[in-house]
Design a protein around this ligand. Structure first.
Ligand SMILES: CCCCCCC/C=C/C(=O)SCCNC(=O)CCNC(=O)[C@H](O)C(C)(C)COP(=O)(O)OP(=O)(O)OC[C@H]1O[C@@H](n2cnc3c(N)ncnc32)[C@H](O)[C@@H]1OP(=O)(O)O
Length: 317
């Protein structure tokens, strides 16, 4: 079984130094833009359901929502520190947000981004897979399937404004959007599951094939390749790379363009492109969940996840 790729973890740890340097600038830019644009800014709160840590704050805000009903779109920002990892509670709340979006007559599109600097999403929360329990694992996987079905299968316009690292499940979220713009910088995006000793599920694979083609996916998945923004652009994993200070502006420009296309024609076209891929998972949801539980419970996978978690905890140079 594959050992956690310590080399890549060491490489990632070097990014951390650069990440911290950029943090202050990015936060300042963000608050500046919120103030100057004077937009309708609301928050979405979730009651913390994880009671295992008595010192944890009672509530936390996992998402920020900015709605521009007059313009027909909204910005949804992930805000689950430290790395927007996807756990059951986060996915459940995301699914509620996606339902609201789908039902809204005023919202044609959504810009998905992160409120946290230098990270879009670190993908699935590894703690949901490490020492997995059948019931929680089933709920978790079902919630993840729902997120993907709702996002990839939505007729609304989704634009990913990827403002930092986006490995594995983070890359899946980005690939499920219609257009991807990534910030230039020391960031990585890709499906790196093999580096954790895990095979990417077939619907992760199919989403990647639909995005970058068969041959590139074949290499990317086996190698667990994490692309720099420039490499991602070269293989069409992202559609544009831009400086951090213009990311949202560029995403809004694209949103205006996509919103200007006759809605029914665009929606029918999108659904004709994605229907078969989504239907394939819908038809196999139960067996896919069973495989996830069976696979994740294996001793070899647990060992691999343990090693990966320990390597992530090691002090960074
Ligand atoms: C048949 C089905 C089989 C199952 C299929 C499953 C498919 C799996 C999909 C996935 O998404 S697996 C998850 C893959 N994700 C990763 O490999 C990312 C790992 N993280 C990183 O590489 C880095 O954290 C980062 C994203 C590059 C950010 O680096 P940075 O230096 O900014 O932060 P760190 O100090 O590394 O992390 C802070 C903090 O967060 C914890 N953490 C990071 N990622 C995760 C995660 N995915 N899940 C849970 N926790 C995570 C990390 O351990 C640190 O914790 P503390 O040390 O602060 O306690």
């Amino acid at each position: 079984m594959a050992r956690p790729n310590l080399k890549s973890l060491l490489r990632l740890s070097q990014f951390a130094v650069n990440l911290n340097l950029n943090k202050t600038t990015q936060l300042t830019n963000l608050s500046k833009s919120l103030i100057t644009q004077n937009r309708n800014f609301s928050t979405s709160k979730i009651i913390r359901q994880d009671t295992s840590n008595n010192n944890a704050p009672a509530t936390k805000i996992n998402f920020y929502v900015e709605e521009y009903k007059d313009k027909g779109y909204m910005v949804l920002k992930f805000n689950k520190a430290p790395v927007n990892s996807l756990n059951l509670e986060f996915l459940t709340e995301l699914n509620i947000q996606l339902d609201k979006i789908e039902q809204s007559k005023d919202i044609k599109g959504v810009i998905l981004t992160s409120h946290l600097p230098n990270i879009f999403s670190a993908g699935l929360d590894i703690l949901e897979m490490y020492q997995i329990k059948q019931e929680r694992g089933t709920q978790f996987w079902t919630a993840l399937q729902e997120t993907w079905i709702k996002l990839y299968g939505s007729n609304k316009i989704f634009i990913a404004a990827i403002n930092g690292h986006s490995p594995a499940g983070g890359c899946l979220l980005a690939m499920s959007c219609d257009y991807r713009i990534m910030t230039k910088g020391p960031y990585k995006i890709g499906l790196n599951e093999t580096l954790l000793g895990i095979k990417a599920p077939f619907w992760f694979r199919d989403t990647m094939i639909n995005t970058i083609g068969y041959r590139e996916t074949e290499k990317a998945l086996q190698l667990g390749k994490l692309y720099s923004p420039e490499e991602a652009l070269a293989v069409n994993l992202v559609d544009e790379i831009v400086d951090a200070n213009v990311l949202i502006q560029k995403a809004e420009e694209q949103m205006v363009k996509w919103c200007s296309i006759p809605t029914v024609a665009r929606e029918l076209t999108k659904s004709s492109m994605r229907r078969d891929t989504v239907s394939k998972l819908i038809a196999q949801r139960e067996s896919d969940t069973q495989s996830f539980i069976e696979f994740t419970q294996r001793d070899s996978i647990q060992k691999s996840l343990k090693g990966y978690l320990e390597a992530m905890k090691k002090p960074k140079k």
